[in-house]
Design a protein around this ligand. Structure first.
Ligand SMILES: Cc1ncc(COP(=O)(O)O)c(C=O)c1O
Length: 393
């Protein structure tokens, strides 16, 4: 049994807004807010370096809690400022040569696609996309074919894209990458916190995550998972600093053994404390429960949207998650967003440039993104649906 009332009482924002923008940034619960307030207060009284020493155990707790969440060891986790920062620092550790192939999906996150295009421009890597299935999601048979044909240097997938609830088959991709010895970078920005994630079962080498979305942590925080064998093979960020490496001789440095090799020396410790509290909160609620509750909320939202004339749900795929994208004809997107906000309802807009290939196939320029999380209620869903029906053109 989930204590929905209790989770709502823990969440100050619930008294003010109906928050359906958890794929943007969720509402932080009280323990997260308190952890950061207390940390900041102590820093302001005691000093930044001194507080970091005094609270070393709590800071270390971020790594152990994250490891508990993902089924790995604390040594596999690096704190970063965002999912994109985690993704890019992992990418920077791959010594690409001209002609190396990066194999990825049409539905992958826009910043990841831009990063690949930038690598193509600078290093001459070859970019190959996996075909999509007509019913949604990447085609695993095409993936197998392209792995055999191109022997990619790197495979990268967004587990759940930003603009749709589609869940890509991350573990099936991982099994093939492991068998073929191919590097696998998973963008799990939208999945950690709403789905149980086990990095050992998925078999990824790197995984990038943000704190502010379904994990309900602070903005400006994220992390990178790095597998043991990657650490042993001496992958290191292009701009490794004195956190990641030790300057041992005038012309030598030694990378550290754990994933902190991928961190920067300067960390926002207040956010690390808030992130630890957010992960502990997710563990307490239970991600299995969260997944089930979110499925229930999503089915209510979809049922409601299906009852509004002209509105269609765009999400396609064998497995769907807690992101719903709706096409609303004859409606000005900003007017819809603002109209909902005036009624106390938070949602978000997705435009073509956030999902160029996917939206072209779905023949839409924009979609309203509704992303419920477990603390939302049936009453909130009903009000959301009623408001969309009233505000549509
Ligand atoms: C699928 C996906 N990947 C990566 C990101 C980037 O996350 P961040 O803004 O924390 O860098 C997002 C953000 O919306 C996302 O939806």
């Amino acid at each position: 049994m989930m204590d929905i009332d209790g989770y709502r009482q823990d969440t100050p924002g619930c008294a003010h807004r109906m928050h359906f923008n958890n794929a943007g940034a969720s509402l932080m619960p009280e323990p997260v807010i308190k952890a950061m307030q207390q940390y900041l207060e102590q820093e302001s009284i005691t000093g930044g370096y001194e507080t970091a020493e005094l609270r070393a155990a709590e800071i270390m707790g971020f790594y152990t809690s994250t490891a508990d969440l993902l089924n790995c060891r604390s040594q596999n986790i690096a704190f970063t400022s965002s999912a994109t920062a985690a993704f890019n620092i992992a990418l920077s550790s791959v010594p690409f040569k001209p002609g190396d192939v990066i194999l990825f999906a049409n539905e992958d996150y826009s910043s990841n696609q831009i990063a690949f295009l930038s690598l193509q421009k600078r290093f001459g890597v070859q970019l190959v996309r996996i075909d999509s299935l007509p019913e949604g999601g990447l085609d695993i048979a095409d993936f197998r074919r392209k792995v055999a044909q191109y022997r990619p240097r790197l495979v990268s997938i967004s587990h759940i894209p930003t603009n749709t609830g589609l869940v890509q088959p991350a573990a099936a991709i991982g099994a093939i990458c492991r068998k073929e010895g191919i590097l696998y970078l998973l963008d799990a920005c939208q999945s950690v916190g709403q789905l149980p994630i086990d990095v050992a079962a998925i078999g990824c080498d790197f995984m990038s995550v943000t704190m502010r979305k379904f994990l309900r942590g602070p903005r400006g925080a994220g992390f990178l998972y790095v597998a043991d064998h990657i650490l042993q093979q001496n992958y290191e960020p292009l701009f490794i600093d004195m956190r990641g490496g030790n300057w041992t001789q005038a012309n030598e440095y030694e990378p550290r053994n754990d994933a902190k090799r991928f961190e920067e020396w300067e960390l926002p410790y207040t956010l690390v404390a808030g992130s630890k509290a957010a992960i502990d909160y997710a563990l307490k609620v239970g991600v299995n429960h969260i997944e089930k509750r979110n499925q229930q909320l999503c089915s209510w939202v979809k049922e409601g949207l299906a009852g509004i004339e002209g509105v269609s749900v765009l999400d396609k795929g064998a497995v769907l998650s807690s992101i719903i994208s709706a096409k609303i004809p004859d409606t000005e997107p900003r007017a819809m967003l603002e109209g909902l906000r005036q009624r106390g309802i938070n949602t978000s807009l997705m435009f073509r440039n956030s999902a160029l290939i996917d939206f072209e196939r779905k023949n839409t320029d924009w979609a309203l993104r509704v992303s419920p999380h477990y603390f939302n209620t049936r009453e909130e869903v009903d009000l959301l649906v009623k408001s969309i029906a009233e505000l549509k053109g």
